[in-house]
Design a protein around this ligand. Structure first.
Ligand code: TXA
Ligand code: MG
Length: 349
């Protein structure tokens, strides 16, 4: 199978193509589509067979639940129950947008979609192509990120084609996404709303709306014996093929350490990749040096992260050294993904 690819932008939506893709979803087929965070691999969330197809196409373990995407606020009650006032407040503030919330599920949602759990993750994306597609598909689209399980999430349609181009019938190409990291996930089945995955909206921004929240202890320190609650956060993920190490500390020391390691590895005949920023790029004389953007521009850093990891796969790097990106607002989300990609290998200098 070779995917039919329909190109469009948020400003100029090809409604005919979207209608056709919506019909494909209603018939139980899969369609990849852009959202503001990353590309999603969509299937009808109320159709158990479609969810099975999603797991098969991604090579994803079937106990790792899918996020159900809605296109209208009033559809939330069809799939979720026991929605507390704090969740409504968060929805009013941040939906449509890069926020996913978890509630007890209704009977409308098959267990195939929720990986056997009796809770459901719900997101109302703001991307206009995503919204049009969800409405054309009857309102409920299950969509994990549209990558092969274990690879970095796709931020362009080309990434989706690389991973799934011969496994699914249709890809809506909306160009590069805006945010580049997956949505923030908040679990409302806990007494205190719990962040299961950091994202564009951080704890402080959400606490300003609903008061006290907590961070899932399992994602703060994965070397401890506590496991992340979101099944998908337990796997090694976003992993480039090369061995990735994060070098953290004072800038001058970081540069010195990375240059030292690059020299040693080059001498061994290895292909070395370096992930740095515009400010430091010229200070690395050796290796395949890629700047992720300006350190002061964290939105750009977030947008480029997964794409850079994929580029190093294409360039067949053997080892990669990366600076750390503890930026003020999205730093926790960026470092969560980078640490997972590195299998938590960090050198403090
Ligand atoms: O930004 C996003 O959220 C993207 C776009 C496509 O919307 N989607 C996405 O889906 O990142 P996925 O499947 O790659 O990640 C979903 C995460 C997984 O870690 C999964 O384990 C967790 O959400 N999850 C889903 N339902 C859950 C539930 N009921 N309880 C706990 N964790 C859940
Ligand atoms: Mg994913």
């Amino acid at each position: 199978m070779k995917a039919w690819i329909a190109k469009m932008t948020e400003e100029q939506i090809d409604y005919q193509a979207v209608e056709k893709a919506g019909k494909m979803l209603l018939e139980g087929q899969l369609v990849a589509f852009p959202t503001e965070t990353v590309y999603g691999l969509g299937g009808n969330a109320l159709d158990a067979e479609a969810s099975r197809k999603i797991y098969a196409a991604k090579g994803r373990p079937s106990d790792n639940p899918l996020i159900v995407h809605i296109g209208r606020m009033e559809d939330l009650e069809r799939i979720a129950k026991e929605i507390p006032p704090s969740a409504r407040a968060l929805a009013d503030a941040f939906w449509p947008g890069p926020l996913t919330m978890i509630f007890p599920k209704t009977d409308a949602v098959p267990f195939e979609t929720t990986g056997g759990l009796d809770s459901v993750a719900v997101r109302f994306p703001s991307h206009k192509v995503a919204n049009a597609l969800i409405l054309a598909a009857g309102g409920f689209v299950a969509a994990p990120s549209a990558n092969t399980s274990g690879r970095p999430s796709p931020t362009t349609a080309e990434h989706v084609i690389e991973d799934l181009g011969d496994k699914i019938p249709c890809i809506l190409d909306g160009g590069m996404v805006q945010i580049g990291l997956e949505s923030t996930i908040v679990d409302f089945t806990e007494k205190i709303p719990t962040i299961l995955r950091p994202g564009y909206y951080n704890q402080e921004m959400m606490e300003a709306v609903i008061g006290l929240m907590r961070m899932d202890p399992g994602i703060q320190n994965e070397s401890e014996h506590v496991r992340p609650k979101a099944p998908g956060m337990r796997y090694r993920h976003y992993a480039p093929k090369a061995e990735l190490t994060i070098v953290q500390g004072n800038t001058a020391h970081v540069i010195e350490k990375i240059n030292d390691l690059a020299q040693k590895n080059c001498a061994l005949g290895k292909k070395v990749g370096i992930i740095c920023t515009d400010e430091t790029a010229e200070r690395y004389p050796m290796g395949d040096v890629k700047s992720i953007g300006m350190r002061s521009d964290e939105e750009t850093i977030a947008r480029h992260l997964f794409g850079i990891l994929r580029q190093f796969d294409d360039d067949q790097a053997d080892v990669i050294y990366s600076e750390a990106f503890d930026t003020p607002r999205m730093g926790q989300a960026i470092m969560n993904r980078l640490l997972k990609a590195a299998g938590h290998k960090v050198l403090e200098v």
